[in-house]
Design a protein around this ligand. Structure first.
Ligand SMILES: *[C@@H]1O[C@H](CO)[C@@H](O)[C@H](O)[C@H]1NC(C)=O
Ligand SMILES: *[C@@H]1O[C@H](CO)[C@@H](O)[C@H](O)[C@H]1NC(C)=O
Length: 405
């Protein structure tokens, strides 16, 4: 990216210009995200999960926040997609306030919680027995600001747990744990709270909507329901923090936003028309792609385009930025050179679209009931010390460099 090069030169010549970071707030202009200096900005980043059972950003029992952010920085990435669960805000609002990290580890990990908490404190001595979960998010955001990394918040789940399946109770409005009002309140809270984070730039309203196996008390799974709740949530977020960009994800695990670029009929007379928003210059679309067994880049490309990336095109009624906020592959084999990874590495930078890979993790505190769960798709090794695979990182670096051009 042009700006990056200019920025680097400027910094080398005049170190004091480092103060120019973070150049916020961002806005959008047609299909571009633009920073406060008017320069295009391309999201190039990684997911850092904080929405599982413990509801604390992962990895802190093995590494300091500073060292994790340094790893991200060393790749020349510019953003972190930091995920959170609505349950954390429900606790703050309804259950007597935020939970200390000490209690959170014990609650989620049982007997082992005390040990893990001690390891977290050892690696991150700025925390203590009264530190709360939200204060850890604050500390991550502060370190990101310090190192020149932007923060994109993402509401990943309602109940804190590994995401996502069609039977986890978090799939759709009205599902077992997915209370639409609490979801909106949680987004509003985080939008407001993050006003104090200097490199906070955007928020994703919800990670991956999906049709619940058992409809139960769920609302109709369709675009009309989507529109009603998403627009209401976006209005609240914008009122709480008018500076941040708002990311709209789609249906079917966020693999499709197909009616959005063309402002198609969503049912019930609803149409997504960007011009109808007062904050028209804050809207961004996001998609996910995990077609790991793909055999044809051409078909991946047309699939992604038709499922929403065509919003990048000037011919679309709703011409908007589109960011691939999740994709990923095993870091333990040659997947980085397979059709899927090679294809994304080529087409996403060609489209000048932003992206965040899954995932900055080597292991999780707990995933689906297993503690210290190995994340073979993680960029770092189990103990969050080095890269999991030097070759896979080299592949990723090509994508980063292509996007920076
Ligand atoms: C953003 O990039 C596009 C494509 O290179 C260019 O046409 C546009 O003018 C750029 N916008 C700004 C503000 O630099
Ligand atoms: C404990 O940690 C919190 C936040 O992490 C901090 O604000 C507070 O000052 C710390 N307390 C002590 C006694 O160090």
């Amino acid at each position: 990216m042009h700006l990056f090069a200019v920025f680097l030169c400027a910094v080398t010549a005049f170190p004091s210009l480092l103060l120019a970071f973070p150049s916020v707030p961002f806005k959008t202009s047609s299909r571009w995200v633009v920073d406060s200096t008017g320069a295009n900005f391309t999201y190039i980043g990684v997911n850092w999960p904080g929405a599982a059972d413990v509801m604390i950003p992962e990895g802190l029992q093995y590494a300091s926040i500073e060292s994790i952010v340094s790893k991200i920085k060393s790749l020349k990435m510019n953003v972190v997609r930091l995920t959170f669960a609505i349950e954390m805000i429900d606790d703050i609002k309804d259950n007597g306030g935020d939970v200390t990290i000490q209690k959170a580890f014990t609650k989620a990990l049982g007997n082992n919680g005390a040990t893990v908490y001690q390891q977290v404190i050892k690696n991150n001595p700025q925390f203590n027995a009264s530190t709360t979960r939200l204060q850890v998010f604050d500390a991550v955001a502060a370190e990101c600001s310090k190192q020149g990394i932007y923060v994109h918040l993402d509401n990943h789940m309602s109940k804190g747990a590994w995401c996502c399946s069609t039977n986890d109770g978090n799939s759709w409005f009205g599902d077992t744990y997915f209370n639409a009002d609490k979801w909106k309140r949680g987004l509003q809270f985080m939008a407001d709270h993050s006003k104090s984070w200097s490199s906070m730039v955007s928020i994703g309203l919800r990670n991956e909507f999906r049709k619940p196996d058992n409809a139960g008390s769920s609302q109709a799974y369709n675009w009309q329901t989507w529109y009603t709740h998403m627009v209401a949530a976006a209005d609240l977020v914008n009122a709480a923090n008018p500076k941040i960009l708002i990311f709209f994800s789609g249906l079917d695990f966020d693999t499709t936003l197909s009616p959005i670029p063309g402002a198609g009929d969503l049912g019930g007379g609803k149409k997504f028309q960007k011009s109808s928003f007062k904050y028209v210059d804050k809207l961004v679309l996001e998609l996910h792609n995990y077609q790991n067994s793909a055999t044809s880049c051409d078909s991946m490309k047309s699939g992604l385009w038709n499922n929403g990336f065509k919003a990048l095109d000037a011919s679309s009624v709703n011409q908007m930025p589109v960011v691939l906020t999740e994709f990923g592959y095993s870091q333990t084999d040659s997947s980085y050179n397979g059709v899927y990874a090679s294809c994304l590495r080529k087409i996403i930078p060609e489209w000048d679209a932003g992206w965040m890979i899954w995932v900055m993790a080597g292991s999780y505190y707990i995933r689906s009931g297993t503690q210290d769960y190995e994340e073979s798709w993680g960029l770092v090794d189990h103990k969050w010390t080095g890269w999991r695979s030097a070759s896979a990182i080299k592949g990723l670096q090509q994508m980063i460099d292509a996007s920076l051009k």
